[in-house]
Design a protein around this ligand. Structure first.
Ligand SMILES: NC(=O)c1ccc[n+]([C@@H]2O[C@H](COP(=O)([O-])OP(=O)(O)OC[C@H]3O[C@@H](n4cnc5c(N)ncnc54)[C@H](OP(=O)(O)O)[C@@H]3O)[C@@H](O)[C@H]2O)c1
Length: 339
């Protein structure tokens, strides 16, 4: 019998990198999926979803924008599980929100409240980012020895390799993750379980027709793309290493968190946490056809141990390590003509 057995689930941000791969896997497993997108008329955002196996009978698309958070209600109705994957990356000016953080927080509140009102949703799973789990001490003087789910990124620090975009992103991801987890503490009559998966940098294949947003960063050592390499340096400055996860594992982890009979709380999701230097060595060993220039061989100091054991202790098994994640990213970029 199929695992999903026609169970209804909602995925916000369904047309993006993570969202589309997650939908592909959910449809393969027999789930019925309500996916939200900002614009149903945009062919580039819908065609890869509509052509997925089982999409015709088990995929329903809904239009919803975080800047109009009440839009999500219709997609959530009748679902047992909701994956909140979407995140506002660029701010919509002239909206009722000051910045992406305000919009993201209003979004998680509206989605969690809709889940409560629905009377059908058992669990809300939020796609968080490892950028909210920095082990840098509050005063910026160094790292805690271990980075784990008890760490929260301090939003008061300044960084050598940050820019306004990265600062806005970590603020929005950190504050919205805190807000969504608060629903585990407020009295909901035990009606809603909230899980956040703080995902590492995602690499690997895609069903998109273009290179997904995180791959230029994963591949920046090979391409010499300075802007994206600075993002990698920023991650190492913030986290002490680059927590890395394969697209297939990250989506399996989302489904694992859904299929557990009972689950709440925060989980780091990364198979490995190499430094930039270790990524460079791995690329050199497996892709000697590329020459990595010296300045792309290493990053800022300050490694702290990245403890990703909590999800493993729940029973989750990663299939792909750093080598496969980097290999599949190279293959994907070549297939799409970007490398
Ligand atoms: N990729 C990574 O390395 C990584 C690592 C950790 C966490 N994450 C998290 O994973 C999630 C998905 O990221 P991704 O890598 O798949 O990026 P992506 O391909 O850019 O997808 C982002 C999604 O968010 C949606 N979105 C953006 N602004 C929105 C708005 N105002 N209202 C509604 N939806 C909006 C987009 O919808 P449209 O298609 O309609 O534009 C898109 O589907 C994000 O929450 C991100 O923080 C990603």
């Amino acid at each position: 019998m199929e695992e999903g057995n026609n169970m209804r689930v909602c995925v916000t941000g369904g047309s993006g990198y993570l969202g589309s791969w997650l939908i592909k896997k959910l449809l393969e497993k027999g789930y019925t999926v309500h996916a939200t997108l900002r614009n149903l008329d945009e062919e580039r955002k819908t065609s890869h979803l509509k052509s997925l196996p089982n999409a015709e009978s088990r995929l329903e698309l809904f239009q919803a924008d975080i800047y109009n958070p009440e839009d999500f209600e219709a997609a959530i109705q009748g679902c047992l599980f909701v994956f909140h994957v979407a995140t506002p990356v660029l701010h919509t000016e002239n909206s009722k929100y000051k910045d992406t953080s305000e919009a993201a927080i209003a979004g998680v509140r509206a989605i969690a409240d809709s889940c409560l009102r629905s009377q059908t949703v058992k669990r809300l799973i939020y796609t968080a980012s490892v950028t909210s789990v920095s082990a840098l001490k509050e005063d910026g003087t160094g790292f805690r020895t271990s980075m784990d789910e008890s760490c929260w990124t301090s939003l008061n620090l300044s960084y050598t390799y940050s820019n306004q975009f990265t600062l806005d992103y970590i603020k929005s991801k950190t504050l919205s993750e805190k807000e969504i987890l608060r629903y585990n503490e407020i009295e909901t009559g035990n009606k809603l379980e909230v899980v956040s998966l703080a995902c590492g940098l995602v690499g690997g294949e895609t069903i998109l027709s273009y290179l997904p947003s995180s791959l230029p960063c994963v591949l920046s050592l090979l391409t010499g793309d300075r802007l994206n390499f600075d993002m990698l340096r920023f991650l190492q400055e913030l986290l002490g290493s680059i927590p890395l996860v394969h697209i297939d594992d990250v989506c399996e982890a989302h489904i694992f968190c859904m299929e557990k009979p009972v689950l709440r709380g925060r989980f780091l999701c990364a198979a490995e946490a190499p430094t930039i230097e270790e990524m460079a060595i791995c690329y050199q060993q497996n892709h000697p056809e590329f020459t990595i220039s010296q300045e792309f061989m290493s990053g800022p100091d300050g490694r702290s141990k990245c403890d990703v054991s909590k999800l493993r202790k729940e029973g989750f098994v990663y299939k792909y390590g750093m080598k496969e994640t980097l290999d599949h990213s190279v293959k994907c970029a070549r297939r799409l003509g970007s490398l």
